[in-house]
Design a protein around this ligand. Structure first.
Ligand code: PEP
Length: 252
């Protein structure tokens, strides 16, 4: 079973060199007080990947990569270019990329494979829209998104990714899935993953804040959070890290 609690920020197209400096200072203060099982990461715009000065235990990640190695793909960034910048993680298949940039599940799966081939851990995002949930299609939608990745990576590859369940209706809306709603999906995902289900972290994303992190993270199948808006506010982000820490320390 996954014994760590993962707190991963997604800055989206926000932040600045100044904010990266402020976060570095604050995270250097906070991190030594936390249990080692609190695993912190920040996924930031590519131009900020080298703007942090953090303890090595805190991982830096990107938010997208090309499925291709190199070549005439103007505006794209390859896995190799990311690793050269000290990047360890990369988000793939965020709903904003699926919706605004028309990324298909097959393309997301290819990006996840490309990340793995180059030593990057992909954080694969899946999730249903509000309309799909209302129509009772949640499991069909996330099942299709998951299957594309499973088919591309196979069992061994699946054991090396991080998965993030991010209901689209909860992203940036302030409408968090209830702990029970999130747990139901996470347990289902774990089941679909078969024998690797207990090996990879399954994160929840969607309006996680300092005030609701504890009740989400204490669910059996929720291994932490992918955090958008609240990851840009150091006090909120610290509160989420401390909620994870309290949970770890309580478990002993
Ligand atoms: C996200 O963008 O991955 C996200 C979960 O955003 P927010 O926390 O702002 O809902």
């Amino acid at each position: 079973m996954v014994s760590s609690v993962f707190v991963v920020g997604n800055w989206k197209m926000n932040g600045s060199v100044l904010l990266a400096g402020d976060f570095s200072t604050e995270l250097r203060r906070i991190q030594p007080e936390l249990a080692t099982e609190v695993q912190i990461a920040l996924c930031v715009p590519d131009t900020l990947l080298v703007s942090f000065d953090l303890d090595k235990k805190i991982r830096i990640g990107a938010q997208n990569l090309s499925e291709f190695d190199a070549g005439a793909y103007t505006g794209e960034v390859s896995a190799n270019l990311l690793t050269e910048q000290g990047c360890h993680l990369v988000i793939v298949g965020h709903s904003e990329r699926r919706q605004l940039f028309s990324e298909s599940s097959e393309q997301v799966a290819k990006k996840a494979a490309q990340a793995l081939r180059n030593g990057l851990t992909p954080i694969v995002c899946i999730g249903e829209t509000g309309e799909q949930r209302e129509e009772g299609k949640t499991f069909a939608v996330i099942g299709e998104q998951l299957l594309a990745v499973q088919q591309e990576l196979g069992e061994a590859g699946m054991a090396s990714i991080w998965l993030a369940y991010e209901p689209v209706w909860a992203i940036g809306t302030g409408k968090t899935a209830s702990p029970e709603q999130a747990q139901e999906v996470h347990a289902w995902l774990r089941d679909q993953l078969g024998s690797v289900g207990t090996e990879l972290p399954i994160l929840y994303g969607g309006s996680v804040k300092a005030g609701n992190a504890a009740e989400l993270f204490q669910q059996r199948d929720i291994d932490g959070g992918l955090i958008g808006g609240a990851s840009l506010d150091i006090n909120e982000f610290e509160g989420i890290c401390r909620a994870a820490d309290t949970l770890i320390k309580r478990k002993g």
